[in-house]
Design a protein around this ligand. Structure first.
Ligand SMILES: NC(=O)c1ccc[n+]([C@@H]2O[C@H](COP(=O)([O-])OP(=O)(O)OC[C@H]3O[C@@H](n4cnc5c(N)ncnc54)[C@H](OP(=O)(O)O)[C@@H]3O)[C@@H](O)[C@H]2O)c1
Length: 247
């Protein structure tokens, strides 16, 4: 544990795996947890983006970068086992990797079902819906040993309907899966938290960030709060929006 960093958490020294940790919410969470003295493994599909993140974030003794596709079982399982091999245990796994296909940002009032491109939908559905299930399957045995926590990144789009929006439906699936998972995981001593961000200023928006969007650091703080819950306490749902968000 590195206690020389400022802002050290009272419960430092956990090992946390974050899928999609090279940008946006995942990267902000990785930075926060490293600053607090934790060990962090991050995944992403793009090796260049991963290298840029690792070069920038520092703490090479406590960070592990893994090229892995969250929608692929072998990649996900290997990411979990590599994290445990490198750091000795797993205390938390964060299913953060997620995308909205580009047609969600250019179809206007047609909505993605009428105006979108079905070729773009499969990677989104597999990453957003299958991905958290694959991570849970790979991580649960290790989290049972550590009495750890799974964090699923849902969305306000997963608790509010929007016309013809398939991304939103993938996030409804995440919110539903989080509760199904909680009912199972709690019998094994594992906590489950779903974090539902509102509009956050990240690359997710394909360059069309809403003016009211807030910085990803606030979502990272909410995730850190979930990870810092004392033994025996399960924090289940956090919804965090910028002030002024209309939905
Ligand atoms: N931004 C918002 O307003 C907002 C609101 C609510 C919920 N969310 C959710 O927050 C999560 C993080 O999104 P973000 O806003 O931080 O977006 P982002 O800045 O685009 O970051 C997405 C990260 O996920 C990685 N990724 C994407 N698909 C992946 C896959 N199949 N396997 C592994 N890594 C993958 C990306 O790297 P590579 O492309 O290199 O793989 C990147 O590191 C997502 O689940 C998103 O749905 C975002």
């Amino acid at each position: 544990m590195n206690t020389s960093d400022s802002g050290a958490s009272p419960v430092a020294g956990k090992t946390v795996l974050i899928t999609g940790g090279t940008s946006g919410i995942g990267a902000a969470t990785a930075r926060l947890l490293l600053m607090r003295g934790h060990r962090v493994a991050v995944t992403g599909r793009d090796p260049g983006r991963l290298k840029t993140f690792l070069d920038e974030v520092g703490h090479p003794d406590r960070v592990l970068g893994l090229v892995a596709d969250a929608s692929d079982w072998d990649s996900t399982n290997t990411a979990v086992t590599s994290t445990v091999e490198r750091f000795g245990s797993l205390d938390a796994a964060i299913a953060n990797a997620g995308i909205a296909s580009a047609d969600h940002f250019r179809t206007g009032s047609d909505g993605v079902i009428d105006g979108g491109d079905p070729e773009l939908w499969a990677p989104m559905v597999l990453t957003n819906v299958l991905g958290p299930a694959l991570l849970a399957k790979a991580a649960l045995p290790h989290l049972e040993q550590s009495r750890g926590r799974l964090v699923l990144i849902g969305s306000v789009a997963g608790i509010k309907n929007s016309p013809g929006n398939l991304y939103s439906a993938t996030k409804w699936a995440v919110v539903g899966f989080a509760e199904n998972l909680r009912l199972h995981a709690t019998t094994r001593g594992i906590g489950v938290t779903v974090v539902n961000p509102g509009m956050i200023d990240t690359a997710f928006w394909h360059g069309q960030v809403p003016p009211i969007a807030m910085r990803p650091d606030s979502v990272a703080e909410a995730i850190g709060f979930a990870l810092d819950q004392p033994a025996g306490v399960d924090l289940n749902t956090v919804t965090i929006r910028p002030i002024g968000q209309p939905v």
